[in-house]
Each structure stands twice: as C-alpha cells, then as structure tokens.
Ligand binder design. Sequence first.
Ligand code: PBE
Length: 278
Amino acid sequence: YLGFGDSITIGAKSFTEQYLLSEMTYFILEDAGYQVRQVENLGSNVLRSALENGQVDVSWEYTGTAIATYLNMEPITDPEEAYETLQEVDRENGLHWMNISNVNNTYALIMNRAQAEELEIQSLSDLAQYVKDNPGEIRMGTDAAFANRADGLPGLQETYEFEFGNGNIEYMDAGLLYEALYNEELEVAMGYETDARIDDYDQIILEDDHTFFAPYNAAVQIRLDVFEDNPEIEQLLQPLADILDSERMRALNYQVDIERQSVAIVAYDFLIEEGLIE
Ligand code: PBE
C-alpha cells in the first residue's frame, strides 16, 4: 500500500548521530513499503546541494545550521520560531521541514574537567579572559567547518572578544577531537553537545554565558515534490521525532562510539524496543 515501489534516497553527514538517524529513517520507510537508499559521509554543504538538486530526497538537518550557513540569516534563539521560519523560507528552495525533535545538537567548547578546574575556567568568558592573559598557551582543536562557519569560531571570537591566534588552532576531523583533548594534545576543543564521549572522557562543556550558540534541533528536510507525492512520510517519521531528545540521542551515540556496536544494530534494536517497527 503506502507508496510501495517509490524509491527514497536518504542523505547523511559524516558523524555517528547522522548515521543513526539515517538508519532509523531507513528502517521505518522500508517497513512501510518504500524502496530506500542511503548516501552517507556528505559534508553539510554537499548534502544541502544534493537535496536541492534531487540527488537526495530526505535528510535530518539541524535548524541552526540551515539558518546560519545555508540561508545566511541571523541566528534565531527560539527553537520553535527557528523551525517555523525554515518551514516558510525553505519552501522557496523546494524543501519542506517536518518532524522537529528535542534533539538539540548544538556546538560547544569543551575542556578536560581537571584542567578546567585547575585553570578556573567554567564559561566561555573565563576562557576568553584566560587566552588574553596567557597568549599562546591554549591549543584549540576544531574541524574545518567550525573554524570557518559564521555560527562557529569567527562568530564566537567576535562575541567573546578574543582570538586564539592562528598558530594555536589545530585542525582535525570532528570525531578525533575528544580523544586528542583527553590525551592533552589540546586544552580546548570543539564538541557536539550530544556526543557521548564528552561525559565518557570526563570533559565539561564551557558555559555559553553570552548565548552565542543557537538551537540546533534535529528535524527532517524533504524535497517538496517528494513530500507532495508521499505526504504520509511525515506521519511515518513523527513517532521517531516525538521520542527522540538530546539525552536519548546521546545514549544511542554512546552505544556506537563507546560500546562499539554497529549503527544498524543500535538503530534496529531501538526501533523494535520502542515499537516503531515490527
Ligand atoms: N551541528 C553540531 C553541526 C555538527 C554538530 C549539529 C550544529 C552540523 O551538522 O551542522
């Protein structure tokens, strides 16, 4: 019945949470009779272009990312308003936003707890002051995206009125930052708030006391033409969106990144346990 035979391509970026969201979406749509394909390891901008030009039909995207980097808009601090704005603005780009979840995977700056205590750094303001007072001492780890995005390092340094200095910035893949910090190759790193490794390595998130970081709720983007032909996809994915929040997402990320279980098994078991597939 439901859309049987219709083929849907799900796109994902290159980190665990994205693989999990894509995999869960795959199982739900497959269970409903769709033919589904997954395309993974796309950078944010590549994924967005693939959606716009039809190589990808569906993906989980973060509200703050779309607002800051695809639409070049000023950040919107209210999560619901951010979502509604996207629903309106992205129609013109042929995209429909649906299934907003309480997964808020915002960026964060993280430190090892022991060192943060030793240096008495709890907030981003404390960090800014420390860097100003001790030039050259703090090594900051980031991926290329965060280093360049307006909602990343440039905006953060502007808001908190300091600079790490080019010689003190170390570039690496986002997934490697937590361990590099743990191994004391860095003093500060970019992190994703729902990443389970922050707790596991006893790292802390520095308080964003000037509220620089916007909400990054995970929601589904679907091509408008695909949605109009298959409107039931919104209802099919709604129970998943309803059940997911940051804590649950972190627990799922934990099973993959810390317990080293496979994405497919973690996704499948979760959907079965929650009664979202049969
Ligand atoms: N984020 C934080 C980034 C990566 C993690 C969700 C805002 C993004 O994918 O846009």
